[in-house]
Design a protein around this ligand. Structure first.
Ligand code: KIV
Length: 279
Protein backbone atom coordinates (compact mmCIF):
# COMPACT_ATOMS: atom_id res chain seq x y z
CA UNK A 1 0.00 0.00 0.00
CA UNK A 2 1.27 3.47 -0.86
CA UNK A 3 2.29 5.68 2.07
CA UNK A 4 0.37 8.73 0.84
CA UNK A 5 -1.51 11.00 3.20
CA UNK A 6 -5.23 11.04 2.55
CA UNK A 7 -4.97 14.83 2.32
CA UNK A 8 -2.14 15.11 -0.25
CA UNK A 9 -4.38 15.91 -3.20
CA UNK A 10 -1.86 17.69 -5.39
CA UNK A 11 -1.60 14.91 -7.99
CA UNK A 12 -5.23 13.93 -7.81
CA UNK A 13 -7.79 14.58 -10.46
CA UNK A 14 -10.37 17.12 -9.36
CA UNK A 15 -14.08 17.45 -9.91
CA UNK A 16 -13.68 20.06 -12.63
CA UNK A 17 -11.36 17.80 -14.67
CA UNK A 18 -14.47 15.89 -15.70
CA UNK A 19 -15.75 18.94 -17.62
CA UNK A 20 -12.40 19.09 -19.44
CA UNK A 21 -12.63 15.40 -20.40
CA UNK A 22 -16.15 15.99 -21.74
CA UNK A 23 -14.96 19.02 -23.75
CA UNK A 24 -12.11 16.93 -25.19
CA UNK A 25 -14.55 14.15 -26.10
CA UNK A 26 -12.66 11.75 -23.83
CA UNK A 27 -14.85 9.15 -22.11
CA UNK A 28 -14.87 9.33 -18.31
CA UNK A 29 -14.00 6.06 -16.58
CA UNK A 30 -15.35 5.26 -13.12
CA UNK A 31 -15.90 2.28 -10.82
CA UNK A 32 -16.98 1.90 -7.22
CA UNK A 33 -14.60 0.82 -4.46
CA UNK A 34 -15.09 0.42 -0.75
CA UNK A 35 -11.68 -0.61 0.52
CA UNK A 36 -8.01 0.26 0.16
CA UNK A 37 -6.66 -2.74 -1.75
CA UNK A 38 -9.21 -2.74 -4.56
CA UNK A 39 -9.06 1.06 -4.76
CA UNK A 40 -5.28 0.87 -5.20
CA UNK A 41 -5.77 -1.35 -8.28
CA UNK A 42 -8.40 0.98 -9.77
CA UNK A 43 -6.42 4.16 -9.13
CA UNK A 44 -4.40 4.16 -12.37
CA UNK A 45 -7.39 3.29 -14.55
CA UNK A 46 -10.27 5.38 -13.24
CA UNK A 47 -10.86 9.13 -13.46
CA UNK A 48 -13.00 8.89 -10.37
CA UNK A 49 -13.72 6.21 -7.83
CA UNK A 50 -17.12 6.27 -6.17
CA UNK A 51 -17.48 5.15 -2.58
CA UNK A 52 -21.12 4.33 -3.23
CA UNK A 53 -23.73 3.60 -0.60
CA UNK A 54 -24.22 0.37 -2.57
CA UNK A 55 -21.61 -0.80 -0.04
CA UNK A 56 -24.54 -1.50 2.28
CA UNK A 57 -25.80 -4.21 -0.06
CA UNK A 58 -22.49 -5.34 -1.60
CA UNK A 59 -20.28 -5.36 1.52
CA UNK A 60 -22.70 -5.59 4.42
CA UNK A 61 -25.47 -7.81 3.02
CA UNK A 62 -28.24 -5.23 3.50
CA UNK A 63 -31.43 -5.52 1.43
CA UNK A 64 -31.29 -1.90 0.32
CA UNK A 65 -29.03 1.13 0.75
CA UNK A 66 -31.42 2.74 3.23
CA UNK A 67 -29.76 1.56 6.49
CA UNK A 68 -26.31 2.86 5.47
CA UNK A 69 -25.00 5.51 7.88
CA UNK A 70 -22.71 8.50 7.42
CA UNK A 71 -20.18 6.80 9.72
CA UNK A 72 -20.06 3.74 7.42
CA UNK A 73 -19.48 5.98 4.41
CA UNK A 74 -16.67 7.81 6.20
CA UNK A 75 -14.84 4.64 7.28
CA UNK A 76 -14.95 3.17 3.76
CA UNK A 77 -14.01 6.51 2.15
CA UNK A 78 -10.97 6.80 4.44
CA UNK A 79 -9.87 3.33 3.32
CA UNK A 80 -10.30 4.23 -0.37
CA UNK A 81 -8.36 7.46 0.11
CA UNK A 82 -5.49 5.53 1.75
CA UNK A 83 -5.34 3.19 -1.24
CA UNK A 84 -5.27 5.90 -3.91
CA UNK A 85 -3.25 8.90 -4.97
CA UNK A 86 -4.46 9.81 -8.46
CA UNK A 87 -8.19 9.29 -8.97
CA UNK A 88 -10.80 11.72 -7.74
CA UNK A 89 -12.69 10.06 -4.88
CA UNK A 90 -16.44 10.80 -4.71
CA UNK A 91 -18.44 9.76 -1.63
CA UNK A 92 -22.19 9.11 -1.52
CA UNK A 93 -24.26 10.95 1.06
CA UNK A 94 -26.45 8.19 2.52
CA UNK A 95 -30.24 8.26 2.93
CA UNK A 96 -31.32 10.64 5.69
CA UNK A 97 -28.14 12.71 5.71
CA UNK A 98 -29.08 15.48 3.23
CA UNK A 99 -32.79 15.57 2.39
CA UNK A 100 -34.07 17.66 5.31
CA UNK A 101 -32.46 20.95 4.29
CA UNK A 102 -29.50 22.45 2.43
CA UNK A 103 -27.96 23.17 5.86
CA UNK A 104 -28.19 19.51 6.91
CA UNK A 105 -26.63 18.50 3.59
CA UNK A 106 -23.80 21.01 3.99
CA UNK A 107 -22.94 19.93 7.54
CA UNK A 108 -22.81 16.25 6.62
CA UNK A 109 -21.01 16.81 3.31
CA UNK A 110 -18.44 19.00 5.08
CA UNK A 111 -17.91 16.24 7.64
CA UNK A 112 -17.26 13.73 4.85
CA UNK A 113 -14.77 16.04 3.14
CA UNK A 114 -12.96 16.95 6.40
CA UNK A 115 -12.74 13.41 7.80
CA UNK A 116 -11.83 11.61 4.56
CA UNK A 117 -10.02 14.09 2.33
CA UNK A 118 -12.27 13.03 -0.59
CA UNK A 119 -12.73 15.52 -3.42
CA UNK A 120 -16.51 15.49 -3.84
CA UNK A 121 -19.81 14.06 -2.68
CA UNK A 122 -22.73 12.51 -4.58
CA UNK A 123 -26.41 12.98 -3.80
CA UNK A 124 -29.43 11.22 -5.27
CA UNK A 125 -32.33 13.27 -6.62
CA UNK A 126 -33.15 15.78 -9.32
CA UNK A 127 -34.95 19.12 -9.54
CA UNK A 128 -36.18 19.05 -5.95
CA UNK A 129 -32.54 19.02 -4.74
CA UNK A 130 -31.26 21.71 -7.10
CA UNK A 131 -31.33 24.28 -4.29
CA UNK A 132 -29.24 21.97 -2.10
CA UNK A 133 -26.74 21.34 -4.91
CA UNK A 134 -26.27 25.10 -5.39
CA UNK A 135 -25.99 25.66 -1.62
CA UNK A 136 -23.13 23.14 -1.34
CA UNK A 137 -21.31 24.22 -4.48
CA UNK A 138 -21.40 27.87 -3.39
CA UNK A 139 -19.79 26.77 -0.11
CA UNK A 140 -16.92 24.85 -1.70
CA UNK A 141 -18.26 21.32 -1.96
CA UNK A 142 -18.28 19.74 -5.44
CA UNK A 143 -21.51 17.79 -5.95
CA UNK A 144 -22.25 14.94 -8.32
CA UNK A 145 -25.96 14.38 -8.95
CA UNK A 146 -27.70 11.03 -9.47
CA UNK A 147 -30.99 10.70 -11.37
CA UNK A 148 -33.15 7.98 -12.89
CA UNK A 149 -33.21 4.79 -10.84
CA UNK A 150 -32.23 6.21 -7.47
CA UNK A 151 -31.90 3.27 -5.05
CA UNK A 152 -32.56 5.40 -1.94
CA UNK A 153 -36.08 5.98 -3.34
CA UNK A 154 -36.76 2.24 -3.65
CA UNK A 155 -39.88 2.47 -1.47
CA UNK A 156 -41.46 5.37 -3.36
CA UNK A 157 -40.44 4.03 -6.80
CA UNK A 158 -42.03 0.66 -5.96
CA UNK A 159 -38.81 -1.30 -6.48
CA UNK A 160 -35.63 -0.94 -8.54
CA UNK A 161 -37.28 0.13 -11.81
CA UNK A 162 -35.86 1.33 -15.10
CA UNK A 163 -36.91 4.97 -15.63
CA UNK A 164 -38.07 7.04 -18.61
CA UNK A 165 -40.56 4.62 -20.13
CA UNK A 166 -43.38 7.20 -20.40
CA UNK A 167 -43.53 10.66 -21.94
CA UNK A 168 -44.09 12.12 -18.47
CA UNK A 169 -41.11 10.16 -17.12
CA UNK A 170 -38.95 11.47 -19.94
CA UNK A 171 -40.02 15.06 -19.31
CA UNK A 172 -39.26 14.77 -15.58
CA UNK A 173 -35.83 13.21 -16.12
CA UNK A 174 -34.79 15.94 -18.52
CA UNK A 175 -36.06 18.54 -16.06
CA UNK A 176 -34.05 16.88 -13.26
CA UNK A 177 -30.84 16.83 -15.31
CA UNK A 178 -31.20 20.45 -16.42
CA UNK A 179 -31.97 21.62 -12.88
CA UNK A 180 -28.97 20.02 -11.19
CA UNK A 181 -26.64 20.88 -14.05
CA UNK A 182 -27.68 24.53 -13.78
CA UNK A 183 -27.30 24.36 -9.99
CA UNK A 184 -23.61 23.59 -10.51
CA UNK A 185 -23.28 19.79 -10.27
CA UNK A 186 -19.94 18.76 -11.79
CA UNK A 187 -21.35 15.48 -13.04
CA UNK A 188 -24.60 13.53 -13.15
CA UNK A 189 -24.87 9.78 -12.64
CA UNK A 190 -27.74 8.50 -14.79
CA UNK A 191 -28.88 5.08 -13.60
CA UNK A 192 -31.36 2.71 -15.25
CA UNK A 193 -32.67 5.05 -17.96
CA UNK A 194 -33.95 3.88 -21.35
CA UNK A 195 -31.67 4.71 -24.26
CA UNK A 196 -33.69 7.41 -26.10
CA UNK A 197 -34.15 9.42 -22.90
CA UNK A 198 -30.52 8.96 -21.84
CA UNK A 199 -29.42 10.16 -25.26
CA UNK A 200 -31.74 13.19 -25.12
CA UNK A 201 -30.26 14.19 -21.74
CA UNK A 202 -26.63 13.47 -22.60
CA UNK A 203 -26.85 15.49 -25.81
CA UNK A 204 -29.00 18.34 -24.47
CA UNK A 205 -27.40 21.78 -24.68
CA UNK A 206 -29.08 22.58 -21.37
CA UNK A 207 -27.18 19.80 -19.58
CA UNK A 208 -23.58 20.96 -19.48
CA UNK A 209 -22.51 18.66 -16.62
CA UNK A 210 -20.86 15.43 -17.84
CA UNK A 211 -23.24 12.48 -17.70
CA UNK A 212 -22.03 9.18 -16.24
CA UNK A 213 -24.12 6.18 -17.22
CA UNK A 214 -24.92 3.00 -15.33
CA UNK A 215 -27.57 1.18 -17.32
CA UNK A 216 -28.15 4.38 -19.29
CA UNK A 217 -26.66 3.51 -22.71
CA UNK A 218 -23.43 4.42 -24.46
CA UNK A 219 -24.53 8.01 -25.11
CA UNK A 220 -23.30 9.24 -21.73
CA UNK A 221 -19.98 11.06 -21.34
CA UNK A 222 -18.65 8.28 -19.14
CA UNK A 223 -19.57 4.98 -17.50
CA UNK A 224 -19.56 3.59 -13.98
CA UNK A 225 -20.17 0.08 -12.68
CA UNK A 226 -20.13 -1.50 -9.24
CA UNK A 227 -16.73 -3.23 -9.09
CA UNK A 228 -18.02 -6.45 -7.53
CA UNK A 229 -20.65 -6.73 -10.30
CA UNK A 230 -18.22 -6.35 -13.19
CA UNK A 231 -15.74 -8.73 -11.54
CA UNK A 232 -18.39 -11.45 -11.36
CA UNK A 233 -18.45 -11.53 -7.57
CA UNK A 234 -22.04 -10.47 -7.02
CA UNK A 235 -24.77 -13.10 -6.96
CA UNK A 236 -27.37 -11.12 -8.94
CA UNK A 237 -26.38 -9.23 -12.07
CA UNK A 238 -28.60 -6.57 -13.64
CA UNK A 239 -28.90 -6.59 -17.46
CA UNK A 240 -26.65 -3.55 -17.81
CA UNK A 241 -23.61 -5.22 -16.20
CA UNK A 242 -20.99 -6.84 -18.37
CA UNK A 243 -18.96 -9.44 -16.55
CA UNK A 244 -15.24 -8.77 -17.00
CA UNK A 245 -14.19 -11.49 -14.58
CA UNK A 246 -15.46 -14.51 -12.67
CA UNK A 247 -14.18 -13.81 -9.19
CA UNK A 248 -16.95 -15.75 -7.48
CA UNK A 249 -15.92 -18.96 -9.28
CA UNK A 250 -12.22 -18.29 -8.59
CA UNK A 251 -12.85 -17.77 -4.86
CA UNK A 252 -15.03 -20.86 -4.70
CA UNK A 253 -12.29 -22.91 -6.39
CA UNK A 254 -9.51 -21.52 -4.17
CA UNK A 255 -11.43 -22.01 -0.93
CA UNK A 256 -12.45 -25.55 -1.91
CA UNK A 257 -8.79 -26.43 -2.66
CA UNK A 258 -7.62 -24.88 0.63
CA UNK A 259 -10.23 -26.77 2.68
CA UNK A 260 -9.33 -30.08 0.99
CA UNK A 261 -5.58 -29.57 1.51
CA UNK A 262 -5.96 -28.66 5.18
CA UNK A 263 -8.26 -31.65 5.68
CA UNK A 264 -5.87 -34.17 4.09
CA UNK A 265 -2.66 -32.60 5.52
CA UNK A 266 -1.17 -31.27 2.24
CA UNK A 267 -1.22 -27.70 3.62
CA UNK A 268 0.92 -26.37 5.20
CA UNK A 269 3.79 -28.08 3.33
CA UNK A 270 7.49 -27.87 4.21
CA UNK A 271 7.92 -24.61 2.26
CA UNK A 272 5.29 -22.93 4.42
CA UNK A 273 6.87 -24.10 7.65
CA UNK A 274 9.55 -22.30 9.74
CA UNK A 275 12.45 -24.70 10.34
CA UNK A 276 15.18 -22.65 11.98
CA UNK A 277 15.64 -19.32 13.76
CA UNK A 278 16.92 -17.77 10.49
CA UNK A 279 13.86 -18.67 8.39
O1 KIV B 1 -23.97 3.50 -4.67
C1 KIV B 1 -23.48 3.28 -5.78
O2 KIV B 1 -22.64 2.39 -5.98
C2 KIV B 1 -23.93 4.10 -6.89
C3 KIV B 1 -23.60 3.62 -8.26
C4 KIV B 1 -24.52 2.52 -8.60
C5 KIV B 1 -23.59 4.70 -9.25
O3 KIV B 1 -24.58 5.08 -6.69
Amino acid sequence: MKAVSQFSQSRRLRALDLARFKAEGRKIIALTAYHAHTASILDAHCDFILVGDSLGMVMHGMESTLPVTLEMMIVHAQAVMRGTSRALVVVDLPFGSYEASPEQAFLNAARVIKETGAGAIKMEGGARFAETVAFLVQRGIPVMGHIGLTPQAVNTMGGFRVQGRSAEGERMLLEDAVAISRAGAFGIVMEGIVEPVARAIATSRDVTAPTIGIGASAHCDGQILVLEDMLGLSERMPKFVKSYGSLRAHIEEAVTAYAEEVRDGRFPAQEHTYQTMSD
